[in-house]
Design a protein around this ligand. Sequence first.
Ligand code: NDP
Length: 401
Amino acid sequence: MNNILVIGAGGVSSVTVHKMAGLPDTFNNITLASRTLKKCKNIQTSVKNKFNIDINITELDADNVNDTVNLIKKINPFLVLNLALPYQDLNIMDACLITNTHYIDTANYEPKDEAKFEYKWQWDYKTRFEEKGLMALLGSGFDPGVTNVYTAYTKKHLLDNIDTLDILDCNDGDHGHPFATNFNPEINIREITSDSKHWENKEWKIGPALKNKISFEFPEIGHKNMYLMYHEELESLTKHFPEIQRARFWMTFGDSYLNHLEVLKNVGMTSINPIKYKGINIVPLQFLKNVLPDPGSLGKRTKGRTCIGTIITGTKDKSEKTFYTYNICDHEKCYKELGSQAISYTTGVPAMIGAMLMINKIWFKPGVWNIEQFDPDPFMDLLNKHGLPSKTIELNNKLNF
Ligand code: NDP
């Protein structure tokens, strides 16, 4: 019996749980726990309608380690898949250590009161997981996640050495709202309003948020403006591939999105510092999250595609080569299949795949691991099988920016 506990019932979780329910030979006992039971109920009903599979649901505030421990003890899962928010990562890892349970997530830990994310906090759990024979797999989404696997794949099959890595994340989807984010608005806005940061000549170069812009022609999509940003996989990839001379992350944004963001920032609505309003403390960004469209509701309105991938230059047999590996995902197709938009889909499918590889002990090693530390081949095969096929092309030249 492969018991699995999924925590969090948002857009990503909905995709993962549906995909798991469609694979009952691997995932034959799924419990979904989250803070708001109604969201679990909605996923449970949809899974029943689509696959005639029953999943268990329960309410859980994963900020409370004791409650999480009690729930884990009750259902005794093989692993906990954390699809709540990055704030819960350490509490859920603590609960896994107490109950001897394996762990997997899609985003690295971030403290609530500081817009800062880094792997150190979770890497510090390595010895404790190792000593208990437990495995934690970090960042099994798309970026981080698939982009890390693409990097490992390129190194394994196409290049002897990586010199430069560029991760390009393009979302050409249009949901018709003047302003909305494609995943949790609070986490998303904290990420994109932070300083840009990239790795060059053995050090981090810091720059202002969303100021370094390049127009790039994406396959099957065309020209889009993309902006230099910091993203968490740069930290693990430069550690695990120390030969990398330069590593950058780029994301596309439309002008209207950026104008809205700038106004919201200028009037203080993206701040995470609490203010007093009618005698109570509120965090402006958390308030903003509640007035913005729920990312989970965007699926039926979103048209267009995403194109996310890696452009990697290095040497093969002493000559320089550049490879672009990417996936194109269509928002409307995702909605038709599982009722979600492509951002939740491209994250939810790799989360399912990471769990599947752990359950089948194909990826299995005690300790705390980033996804690029495992053999990329089984993951690449499963991406092709489960809705996120990849394409690799060789470019004539390295990037000229
Ligand atoms: P949502 O906001 O849609 O969903 C988050 C879910 O977690 C909600 O159901 C929420 O409950 C629940 N939750 C929040 N706090 C707690 C808590 N204390 N205890 C239990 N449940 C809680 O987010 P997404 O689905 O868009 O994103 C999920 C995760 O995936 C995030 O960590 C995000 O950063 C990550 N992500 C990773 C990507 C990648 O490529 N690697 C890309 C996109 C997202 P409630 O409904 O009550 O708020």
